[in-house]
Design a protein around this ligand. Structure first.
Ligand code: 2P0
Length: 317
């Protein structure tokens, strides 16, 4: 066991969304997904010895008992219970604002990366990814950089390291916590949406089309598939019982505004996750128009992000 290990992991945004588990316990998704790891929003996590029993500190505050227990349970994949008694875990989600975009994906990726070194388990990528996704499914994608594929089979890998120098703009519309967890919303969609089968077949095909578009560097198709996957995911949850409606009038205004930019030849495609925020996949050339549009719709909280490498160790001793 090491004395202290610090790891950093990026937030990732899915271009082809993951929405639904075939196996809840092992977190096996119904479909593969594909994401972009981004800079500017990330988690830095330190694991070290302490003499006060197990503790978990998140953004400078001691976490609740329930959260600490969840982290301890996750770490038990790397260590025996008695080894966890004198461990402290300190985690910071970082961004230019007190971010509504804080992510469990970067959190569990940083924790898994740090734990794998701290407890000297040195699991290979595939095993590390299979443990990481037990914390949060999408977290396994944050282990890798650039454009990342998470296959249904469990394999996770970078398909394009430089991410085409895409820019992902976060338009953050609220600081309130969402009313339903993505885990629960996903589960409702799987079990009640009449469109779920169609979602699975569309996503399976979209992932193949996306890999091809990346391979032949067809950026327009990458944008169009990104937009289509997000809208179809929201359609699947809208048709569930009870329905989950994350998007607000403000989200929709922005989506319309960004689609207008496309009609004027700009490279700008909206994508939305389990919340009302809108993210826009764009490039350096179209960025000024995207920012102009967000300004016109009075979005105050904007974060401009770029492709980033995957989770890595910052310090070990
Ligand atoms: C994604 N999302 O592909 C999709 C799109 C949100 C919308 O993965 O239940 O925290 O822990 O596996 O990964 C967010 O859900 O869910 C997510 P669990 P996770 O990014």
């Amino acid at each position: 066991m090491k004395h202290i290990v610090t790891a950093k992991a990026p937030v990732n945004i899915a271009l082809i969304k993951y929405w639904g588990k075939e196996d809840e316990a092992k977190v096996i998704p119904y479909t593969g997904s594909l994401s972009l790891s981004v800079s500017e929003l990330y988690t830095v996590t330190t694991i070290k010895h302490s003499s006060h029993g197990f503790s978990f500190t998140l953004n400078g505050k001691k976490a609740s008992k329930a959260d600490a227990l969840k982290i301890k349970k996750f770490l038990s994949h790397f260590a025996q219970e008695h080894e966890l008694e004198d461990i402290s875990v300190i985690s910071e989600n970082t961004g230019p604002t007190a971010s509504g975009a804080a992510s469990s994906a970067s959190g569990f990726a940083a924790l898994a990366k740090a734990a794998n070194t701290f407890f000297e388990t040195n699991f290979e990528n595939e095993i590390l990814a299979s443990i990481t996704r037990l914390g949060s499914g999408s977290a396994c994608r944050s282990l890798f950089g650039g454009l990342v594929v998470w296959e249904k089979t469990g394999e996770v890998y970078t398909i394009r390291e430089d991410g085409f120098d895409f820019i992902m703009v976060f338009a953050l519309l609220t600081h309130q916590r969402k009313s339903i967890s993505s885990k629960q919303a996903m589960k409702n969609t799987v079990s009640t949406s009449p469109y779920y089968e169609a979602w699975v077949s569309k996503t399976t095909q979209d992932l193949i089309a996306m890999k091809h578009a990346i391979h032949v560097e067809d950026l327009r198709t990458i944008g169009e598939l990104t937009q289509s996957s997000a809208l179809a995911m929201h359609a699947s949850m809208l048709s569930a019982t009870p329905p989950t409606l994350f998007l607000t009038h403000h989200s929709l205004e922005i989506i319309h505004g960004i689609m207008d930019l496309q009609r004027h030849g700009e490279f700008a495609y909206p994508t939305m996750d389990a919340g009302m925020h809108v993210k826009i996949l764009t490039n350096a050339q179209s960025l000024p128009k995207v920012l102009e549009t967000l300004d016109a719709f009075k979005v105050k909280d904007i974060i401009v992000t770029h492709p980033e490498k995957g989770a890595h160790i910052l310090y070990e001793e």
